[in-house]
Ligand binder design. Structure first.
Ligand SMILES: [Zn+2]
Length: 235
């Protein structure tokens, strides 16, 4: 568990659950308010960490609605059981859940607690402003969160890799544009915080543009040929 807070930002990265998911707490250390990104696993740990840090949880942000990021039944994955997720968090802490409008339909039963967001929307957390970036490809409503020179990237961009594009709802062409147009346009010094611990805890956009093969394809055709009709084949 790493604490990266300073005077301007409170940012805690927690690797929770059996699938190397990173859950983030992001907020304002002066106002002592924070949001949680992708609360799927170990809800007790999330709530207790917020309390121990003397912060107040004021919202939840969803990078995309796969169960390992929001919780839910594992039946569709052919596995027994369920991941506690947003549903259990809302029983502990009343708050709004921010999901991209393209995936609103996949979060059922939360009523007015759900807030649909779109590209370029912003959210104030204390003195901080978070910006939502729509980065479809892994899923139709995948989004990243930009805050104070940091990017929380969900399953769009990993260190040295990108999210799968062979799943229902995936679109390798959209992934290509999300990686090479939207995320590649961010300043090189932007610090990257991915949705899984697949290659370390953080990187930068500049380093990924130099070293991540999935950000380096010259054309959509080359990218799609490597993705093999939707399956990732590491080049
Ligand atoms: Zn996913």
């Amino acid at each position: 568990m790493e604490n990266v807070d300073d005077a301007t930002i409170y940012l805690r990265q927690m690797e929770l659950g059996p699938m190397q998911n990173f859950v983030y707490l992001v907020g304002d250390p002066v106002a002592r308010e924070c949001v949680v990104v992708d609360p799927a696993w170990e809800i007790d740990t999330i709530v207790e960490t917020v309390e121990r840090d003397d912060m107040r949880l004021v919202g939840a942000l969803v990078t995309h609605t796969h169960q390992d990021h929001v919780g839910g039944s594992l039946e569709s994955w052919g596995m027994p059981g369920r991941i506690p997720g947003v549903e259990d968090l809302l029983e502990r802490v009343p708050l709004k859940v921010h999901v991209h409008k393209a995936e609103r339909e996949f979060l059922k039963g939360f009523g007015s607690d759900l807030v649909q967001v779109d590209n370029h929307d912003t959210l104030k957390v204390g003195r901080l402003t978070l910006t939502f970036m729509h980065t479809p490809g892994h899923t139709p409503g995948s989004q990243c969160f930009l805050v104070d020179g940091r990017l929380i990237s969900g399953d769009t961009l990993f260190i040295g890799a990108c999210g799968r594009t062979d799943l229902p709802g995936s679109d390798p062409s959209e992934m290509y544009y999300s990686l090479t147009q939207r995320l590649a346009a961010l300043p090189d010094e932007t610090v990257l915080f991915p949705g899984h611990n697949y290659g370390g805890d953080s990187s930068t956009i500049g380093r990924e543009k130099r070293e991540n093969p999935f950000m380096r394809y010259a054309s959509l055709g080359d990218f799609l040929r490597t993705m093999g009709g939707g399956r990732i084949i590491t080049p």
